[in-house]
Write a protein that binds this ligand. Structure first.
Ligand code: ASP
Length: 347
């Protein structure tokens, strides 16, 4: 059988670090030699072309790195059957969300993976994660052919729905509000949910509309509500300098709205033209802002609800929406339009 051609984009992370978690000097030929000597089976699964795009701890990655990866995939992916990205786990969820939104519809399946233990350690997950990612990218079903996914440990998820939830377990990721796409055991079992993923209908991916060079990036700050929210600290000019606040509400999408200072802060932000985008972190079931009185108050005050987006996906969507929107009205229109790959088609 002909082996699929896979483009492997290396970006760094624990996967390729040495046993002391230090970053080695890596060129593409050196990485290829190392990968093939540690994981010779990869050559049985696919004909791999390896490129070192970055060699960073993913805590150092941000918008320019997402854009560079997206552009690399946009320009090269059609020469391959699939793309695998090796990435640090700390910000993998942000990159996966960014690529999902920038590239949709993706020219080829893109599978991100990484590791909790470096490839050089005795008990490592790097080897099996790489093999799974190559299999999914090279031989996955048709329904996944234009999606961004994350393969980690024994699961495959939609890229826009993952969160890192453990720095210890090999199962480092979860997809709290969308079912996994596949389960890995003695083989790869693709779940029936694949049949109900709607087609991605968008014609041109967002990446085509991102200005080049990118003007200054939007300023987005994440804040979590607490009892006795210190609203008075949010006075003064600095609120004016924020484009959006990602506000983490209590788990049932509520906030201390009877606290007079809190609502004053919400109204002040609105007057300054700062969007307040509300998320919840800890619920695995769908939550609705407005089920409780407090949520209704927030809605009435103009707080925008992120529905079941993960905080990482909400952050990325806010950043891209700001970059694409020329006016607040366009921002609202884009924000309210859920992307099928952002939700997995769940709405
Ligand atoms: N700090 C590392 C990174 O995100 C952690 C990892 O890769 O697991 O790059």
């Amino acid at each position: 059988m002909k082996r699929p051609k896979i483009l492997v984009l290396y970006t760094g992370g624990t996967f390729g670090m040495d046993e002391n978690l230090e970053i080695p000097d890596l060129s593409a030929p050196a990485l290829k030699k190392r990968l093939l000597s540690r994981v010779p089976e990869m050559a049985r699964i696919a004909d791999c072309t390896i490129r070192v795009v970055f060699n960073l701890d993913s805590c150092q990655m941000g918008f320019e790195h997402w854009l560079k990866l997206a552009r690399e995939i946009r320009s090269s992916a059609r020469d391959f059957d699939g793309v695998v990205i090796l990435h640090g786990t700390d910000t993998l969820a942000y990159t996966a969300a960014a690529l999902s939104m920038l590239l949709s519809p993706c020219p080829r399946p893109v599978v991100l993976t990484g590791a909790q233990k470096p490839l050089d350690s005795l008990r490592n997950d790097a080897r099996s994660n790489l093999l799974t990612a190559l299999e999914v990218a090279g031989n996955g079903p048709r329904e996944l052919s234009n999606r961004v996914m994350v393969a980690f440990h024994d699961e495959v998820y939609l890229g826009s729905r993952v969160r890192k939830h453990s720095a210890f377990d090999f199962g480092a990721f979860e997809s709290p509000r969308f079912p996994r796409l596949a389960r890995v055991g003695s083989g790869i079992h693709y779940e029936p949910i694949l049949r109900s993923l709607p087609k991605i209908t968008k014609k041109a991916p967002w990446i085509d509309s991102i200005p080049d060079p990118v003007p200054s990036l939007p300023r987005i700050l994440k804040i979590e509500v607490t009892p006795e929210f210190p609203s008075e600290s949010f006075e003064g000019d600095w609120l004016k300098r924020l484009d959006s606040i990602l506000l983490t509400l209590y788990p049932s999408a509520t906030a201390p709205t009877m606290h007079p200072g809190f609502m004053e802060f919400i109204h002040r932000a609105g007057k300054n033209g700062t969007n307040i985008l509300a998320i919840t972190e800890r619920s695995h079931a769908p939550v609705h802002m407005g089920s409780y009185e407090s949520g209704k108050v927030l809605k009435k005050a103009g707080v925008k609800w992120c529905a079941d987006l993960t905080p990482e996906a909400a952050y990325v969507k806010a950043m891209l929406t700001h970059l694409l929107a020329t006016t607040p009205k366009v921002f609202d229109r884009l924000w309210d339009h859920p992307l099928s790959d952002e939700t997995g088609g769940a709405v």
